[in-house]
Design a protein around this ligand. Sequence first.
Ligand code: GUN
Length: 735
Amino acid sequence: MGKSISYRLVTSMKWQNDTREDPKPCRENDHGKFEITRRDGQARLGKLHTNHGIVETPCLLPVINPNIRTIEPREMWDKYGIQALITNSYVIWKHEKLKSVATSEGVHSLLDYPGMIMTDSGTFQSYVYGDVEVGVEEIVEFQKEIGVDVATMLDVFTRPDMTYHQVEKAVLETIERSGPSVTKSENMMLNGPIQGGVFPELRAMSAKMMSDFDFSIHPIGGIVPIMEQQKYTNLAKIMLATKSNLAPNRPVHMFGCGHPMLFPMLIAMGADLFDSAAYVLFARDGRLLTPWGTERISELEEWPIIMPAIANLTPADVRKMNKEDRTILLSRFNLEVTLQELSRCRQAVRDGTIWRLAERRSHQHPALREAFLWLTTNPSKAILEPLILDEISASKETGEEKGRWEENWDWIVSAQQTPRNGGESWGGNDTFNRPHLEMAKRNLHSRWKPQNNGDVIIFHGASAPWREKIGDLVERIYSLDYELFIQTPIGIIPYGLEDLNPWAHIEGPDWLWKSKPDFIKIQHDLEQFGITGRRIIPIDISDTEELHKRVFEILEIEPPERDTERRKLRQIVDKLCVLYNLEYMDANKLCEGASFVMSTTNRIRNVIDSEGIHLFSPRLAEGGLSLTVDGARKLHSLRKEGIPDRFDAGDFDSHTGKGLAWVVVDDDAEPYVKQGRNVMHGFILACDGWARPDETVLVVNKAGELLAIGRSQSTPSEFATFSKGIAVKVREGCP
Ligand code: GUN
């Protein structure tokens, strides 16, 4: 029954048939550290360093009941490549036989599992059965005694039906227990659960205060009943309030969350670890997990998705099996589906498409859709108000809802990058609310400035590349006093940035481009650019026949000569301002007397300054700019700010025009970085508040001297807290 088949469900595992080698312990210095290896906004791929191997995240820790092992832990390691699992130390502590084996041989031997073992503490049992008999320090000591890799303190479970004051008391009690628990854990990794019921402000308080203790991981607790009731909007609120207030260098674990349908959204919000018994519990009940929901075996004629466990069987075959065999088989199926969806999520993070996956998955279930809409548009005040009244009244007990959503959304947006490869695929109205598009627009709106006082021309009716359709026309208009924009489905873009992603590569139906100009939206966008009270001239470019004639008739002038140099200059100056955060005055000065090396398709390849020095090269695929060492030196010399001395994030707009962000490294890193080696976390002293993942940064030493050009991998708060992994990918050292 699929037993001879082997799977490759974890990225770095080799395909193999029988046994898998035992893991190697992490390096002593790395024990307990978490590093980010790839990211997509707040979603991250990471490595957690433990004594029983390096665990790659996001991942699922299957729950093992030490009394009933439906799928053997050894099989999970060998066959499924599962690097970590979770069991319950309280259950072991309560059962004499289990306790005796665990204390004499250790938990790894008890379960016959070589990978990382996390244990829970008995809190969930106290939620299900009432009190537990074990003490706060006693359970931590016990977990240490049996050799677990990651233990859990005895937190106080917060139920969704508890009042604000009951929850507050439980949160404070958990915080009070943290000190003694951490002390007892010594050098064992310890979970510090975040409680707070359905009250975002208590979740935020819990996250802030728990971050002050030396925990290795922060599980989000008290969410099982919320998920059982499918209150996914509550879940999203809890997740955001927690994540945006936690130390970012600690992995976040979703206690009891194992339905694959929830993975994309939670991973997009920064979840790293999941645990669940759902694969067995659902199987016992004859239910199948899928990325789209849950199905009953009793109702299936065909499989919703083929997995190795059931590849040679029909649903009818499975129904004929005895209950025990059926449970084992469906548990395997459920586990395989769950692991498969996690693989899909990890690949989406690598591809920069995790938000899109969450967006698509949100349509699978009305409650998930509601949560996603809350997340992206805060509709509690608009369309969905009647559906979430209970949450609104819950939050009324404690006050304001609005400011919090905006803050949380900001936290998501501020870590976004524009994917460099591929187009932006249209997904209906959700497209407008994608956080990476919002980040791109914020940069554009705050950094781009009009350079003319005349009328505004809006070209509309055609998709990119626009230069092929209207390049010649634009070069003629450039000698006149007009501000030129192109209408795209996600807003207007200045012509100088016509090849810049995401605006230049939107994959969508033709009618999107052909739609008539929406003057309300255009006016709104123009206001964002600081343009008001000007005449707007729409020009339809869907048909380029006799376009010049038409346009100059509208403008009531004779066609002027082409001003190619002005067009090129504007293009580079606009990019320097939007992509490198320069002020227009500085960008213009930098380009004074510059010459341009052109490609065979008449696009700028290199920008050479008046002294013949190569400064920048536009990237033709996505409209970005690459900086040379000489260009970096010029930008470095334009700096008006002091040398950064902390990691403050500050307010987004207040950073406009201040140039590329600086990252200050310590003396130890200096010689390596100068030679072009990456900047590693742990060697950074300070950074500018506007350093963002994927943006170009200048790496400097304590004295502010330029060491390298690089691409930031982190936000300021990540620079401040991480101690392992690449912080800045250095493109070139500046010796
Ligand atoms: N398992 C599921 N929820 C919880 C929780 O809130 N705390 C602990 N310790 N374990 C859990």
